[in-house]
Unconditional design. Sequence first.
Length: 112
Amino acid sequence: MTDTQTRPTATAPEAPTVDPQARATELAILDALRAVVDPEIGMNVVELALIKQIVLGPDTTEVRMILTTPFCPYAGSMIQQVKEQAESVVDHEVKVTLLAERWDPRDAGLVW
């Protein structure tokens, strides 16, 4: 290669872009959800790792979560509280979806 020729440069793959406004909203929702406490365990749904995903949309937001037990007697109350707390952050409807995934206390750092 002569001095006048340039070598092709390798380009690094682009890192996935993160929308800072969306991430700030997700973090604000998670912070609000810390007010929702599982009455049987006495810890909030974020600490218990029950919130699995927050899907932000222009007209609706979805919070995907699990419960500590399949037949949790407080499920209805906790779902309603999650909905209300998330709606206190965003200015549109929030849908709460229960996932069939089983809760593992180790996900929350709990070991008995």
